[in-house]
Design a protein around this ligand. Structure first.
Ligand SMILES: NC(=O)c1ccc[n+]([C@@H]2O[C@H](COP(=O)([O-])OP(=O)(O)OC[C@H]3O[C@@H](n4cnc5c(N)ncnc54)[C@H](O)[C@@H]3O)[C@@H](O)[C@H]2O)c1
Length: 190
């Protein structure tokens, strides 16, 4: 699995290993972290290959005896750049991981490129509101700052291909996902 030391990747590694898969992670640690691999490292069904997926030899090394290949971050006082009306597509990591698992098992899916997301456009202001409604974030104040030099105004992927090929439907709402994420962060952080 490429990118296994990344944010999404490490969840997928954990999920696959808990299902009994042997997992090989290929990651160049350009944005990933060894900390994300604390739990699988040292287990007999886990192997780590440190390298760039664009390097054929590295991939060959990682793929030795492999039958499953898949591909696949966090602040102080929160800052909202610009007016906060730019939109994003916040999908729960568990929904993304489920999709990858579906793709691995699906007979209709071979080398297809699909969008994975929540399918709901959410402004950063709306996100900030939902966050401040979480029990442990009550009273948090967001500060507005200059817009980012390059920023996408709207982001909303078309999920119809994922739905058609994989029956993909994101299941966890923004509010529920954020509540779960914050509970998990507290557990996972020392
Ligand atoms: N985070 C999200 O909410 C989200 C939602 C949907 C889709 N995605 C997509 O999923 C993918 C992973 O997102 P993420 O948040 O886990 O990012 P991430 O930066 O945490 O993870 C990416 C991983 O890939 C590794 N990597 C990058 N280039 C590499 C290379 N050339 N060779 C080997 N390893 C390499 C990095 O070191 C890192 O461990 C991205 O394509 C992202 O656009 C992310």
């Amino acid at each position: 699995m490429t990118g296994g030391a990344g944010f999404i990747g490490n969840y997928l590694v954990d999920r696959l290993m808990s299902k009994g898969f042997d997992v090989i992670v290929l990651d160049d640690f350009s944005s990933g972290s060894m900390k994300n691999l604390d739990s699988p490292v040292g287990k007999s069904n886990f192997r780590l290959v440190n390298g760039d997926v664009r390097n054929k030899n590295v991939v060959k090394k990682a793929l030795k005896n492999v039958d499953v290949v898949d591909r696949l971050k966090r602040g102080e006082e929160p800052i909202i750049h610009g007016d906060g009306e730019q939109t994003r597509n916040f999908v729960f990591v568990g929904d993304v991981v489920d999709t990858y698992l579906r793709a691995m098992k699906s007979k209709n899916f071979a080398g297809d490129v699909i969008n994975v997301g929540a399918g709901v456009e959410v402004s950063i202001n709306r996100l900030a509101n939902v966050l401040t409604e979480l029990p442990n974030l009550h009273g948090v104040k967001f500060v507005y700052a200059e817009p980012m030099a390059v920023d996408i105004r709207r982001s909303c992927p078309d999920l119809s291909k994922a739905e058609r090929l994989l029956g993909y439907k994101p299941e966890v709402s923004l509010r529920k996902g954020l509540a779960m994420l914050f509970r998990e962060l507290r557990v996972r952080r020392p």
